[in-house]
Design a protein around this ligand. Structure first.
Ligand SMILES: Nc1ncnc2c1ncn2[C@@H]1O[C@H](COP(=O)(O)OP(=O)(O)O)[C@@H](O)[C@H]1O
Ligand SMILES: CCCC(=O)OP(=O)(O)O
Length: 358
């Protein structure tokens, strides 16, 4: 089987030509063998209008796939399309349009369904999305916020976190469905999620929800201080500031942690903020490790997990909880290909978007 894989991010779109075949054995039911040819398309300049940037991106993607063999399906990263179960969904025009104008928030992943559908229609094959960031499997007690009318939500790196949790469970000799895993995704966004028996039972979220600050997002803030800030800042402007001018960007002037890895060695104010990040991530891992019993493993992933010395300091704080599995970068292209492959090979049923919205 051949699948085109499309993963739109905030700064680039990652693509892959995936060759997928079953490698099932009685001991490993549903196991797939994947071969991925990876490509990356840097996003056009941000000067143009949304429509111009979108047209430029489509042209660059079309150019990248022009010589690829005909696919059996196209699979894209899903978007914020409402609370739903984890799984693989067929992209319809309705789903694609909903994602483009989602009432659940704006994010680069909202474009994945449309890009997949457009390419799939050119080849007369189905388009899929897998484990969108709005996967919502929270425990009822995890939804309670502490104030009437405010409910905690589930918006996190579901695609990568689930794939990493599966990998971590395997590394400690467990099946994902029979394990407890805490996953800290340290990327452009940060999310810390507790998985129990294959379900994301609680998460910090990643889009101005809760949790540690990120390279440019604010994370959880003291409520009183946030109230004061809210009453002297126009709402849309404040949302933009907390989303793009918070975190490391707001505190030490850059969201590039490769730069900060060097600056930390000589600049005390950078070292304090890096230590604060480690402190917050460690606290969050500890909190999400206290749900239903000690986890079988803690996994640290995302681009920031490439900072070895930073990850080591987090491990020093949380290593007493459970074995720490480090998977720098992300497994999103693999997870998208596997999700499509499981359906194409008849190993898994499609989820129905309209029926499964929780
Ligand atoms: N080798 C590295 N060392 C430290 N930080 C890194 C490294 N590589 C990437 N990062 C940081 O990871 C973050 C991006 O994470 P990534 O998961 O790639 O992004 P996205 O969430 O957009 O997919 C950026 O803040 C970047 O500075
Ligand atoms: C809903 C979480 C998605 C997210 O924050 O992704 P990035 O870290 O890639 O921005």
């Amino acid at each position: 089987m051949i699948a085109y894989v499309i993963n739109p991010g905030s700064t680039s779109t990652k693509l892959a030509l995936a060759h997928i075949e079953s490698s099932e054995t009685p001991e490993l039911p549903g196991k797939l063998r994947l071969t991925l040819e990876r490509h990356e398309v840097s996003h056009p300049d941000t000067q143009g209008t949304q429509a111009e940037r979108s047209a430029q991106m489509r042209a660059l993607i079309a150019q990248a796939v022009a010589t690829w063999p005909r696919p059996d399906a196209v699979v894209g990263r899903g978007g914020l399309i409402g609370p739903l179960r984890a799984g693989t969904y067929e992209v319809t025009s309705e789903l694609a349009q909903f994602a483009l104008n989602s009432p659940y928030g704006d994010h680069a992943s909202n474009l994945g369904a449309t890009l997949a559908l457009e390419l799939a229609q050119q080849h007369g094959v189905p388009a899929f999305i897998v484990d969108p960031p709005s996967v919502d499997e929270l425990l009822p007690e995890a939804r309670v916020s502490g104030f009437p009318g405010i409910e905690r939500s589930s918006r996190f790196h579901a695609l990568n976190a689930r794939a990493v949790a599966r990998r971590a469970a395997h590394e400690v000799g467990k099946r994902f469905q029979d394990s407890r895993i805490v996953v800290a995704h340290l990327g452009g966004g940060i999310s810390v999620t507790a998985f129990a028996q294959g379900r994301a039972v609680d998460t910090s979220g990643a889009l101005l929800d809760e949790g540690p600050f990120s390279p440019q997002r604010a994370g959880t803030l003291p409520t009183r201080a946030l109230l004061d800030l809210a009453y002297r800042t126009e709402r849309a402007e404040l949302e933009q500031l907390l989303t793009n001018e918070g975190g490391f960007k707001g505190l030490v002037g850059t969201a590039d942690l490769r730069e900060l890895e060097q600056r930390e060695k000589t600049e005390i104010e950078v070292r304090v903020v890096v230590q604060a990040f480690i402190h917050q991530v460690s606290k969050s891992i500890g909190a999400y490790s206290a749900i239903g019993g000690r986890p079988d493993a803690v996994a640290i992933t995302g681009g920031v997990a490439r900072w070895d010395n930073l990850v080591r300091r987090i491990e020093d704080n949380v290593g007493w909880i459970a074995p720490v599995i480090v998977l720098p970068g992300e497994l999103e292209l693999e997870a998208l290909a596997e999700g499509a492959g499981r359906v194409l090979l008849g190993l898994e049923q499609l989820q129905d978007w309209r029926a499964t919205t929780t």
